[in-house]
Design a binder for this molecule. Sequence first.
Ligand SMILES: Nc1ncnc2c1ncn2[C@@H]1O[C@H](COP(=O)(O)OP(=O)(O)OP(=O)(O)O)[C@@H](O)[C@H]1O
Ligand SMILES: [Mg+2]
Length: 243
Amino acid sequence: MQEKVNERKTNHLIELIDIKKIYQMGDTEVRANDGINLTIDEGEFVAIVGKSGSGKSTIMNIIGALDIPTSGQYILKGQDVSKIKGDELATVRNKMIGFIFQQYNLLPKQILLENVELPLLYAGYGKKQRREMAMEALKTVGLEDKWKNYPNQLSGGQQQRGAVARALAGNPSLILADEPTGALDSRTSKELLDFLSKLNEEGNTIVLITHDRNVAEQARRVVGLKDGKIIYDQSVEEYRKQA
Ligand SMILES: Nc1ncnc2c1ncn2[C@@H]1O[C@H](COP(=O)(O)OP(=O)(O)OP(=O)(O)O)[C@@H](O)[C@H]1O
Ligand SMILES: [Mg+2]
């Protein structure tokens, strides 16, 4: 197969170029991210690890288009999102990224189906299409028969799977998970991790944040942060040896 030679090489899904996020706290400067360079390709499963305060959530918020860096560039699927603000940032987020965040729980007053439909609504899909896409996502996580249930009528693991369905429903380019197993018991947590691995095997790109070694070992590549900087970037096999 012949490749086009003069096209810019943008087959990276994510390209972070010298990303800095600096907070001015009175006289002191907090460098939450201090020159992050990282590329992630489609189909990867990457864990970002590091101690509390190392800058994991900060970089995740930037990758998730929830926040913009103080300086540096963030290219997502060839588009520079580091400079987009407000509504446009929200559109990028809703169209391209599925979130599985511990704190992004299901809304208690909406049934499961409505919860899963919510990001599709923000992304601008019509009612009929939302319904179809949401049911499809519920099928993927094995909850199609629970679509009418309110979150409190689901087990903890089912709720988490519901949140996964919500993340998947819009066929996002990227699935982001910040401490996704933080609130789960070990069995439910294993279920979720197995599920993420399966999604990755099916071609989904996953970036997961954790401070838990066992969780990180489920990924295929592990990126270590310290004081806002990357201190290692290795395959999971290398990471396991490093123990
Ligand atoms: N809004 C803010 N204002 C000032 N400092 C902040 C702000 N947000 C984060 N920080 C600081 O930036 C650093 C990185 O924070 P971050 O939340 O990214 O850490 P983390 O690796 O996610 O930690 P944890 O594992 O505890 O969640 C910390 O020192 C934190 O105090
Ligand atoms: Mg954090």
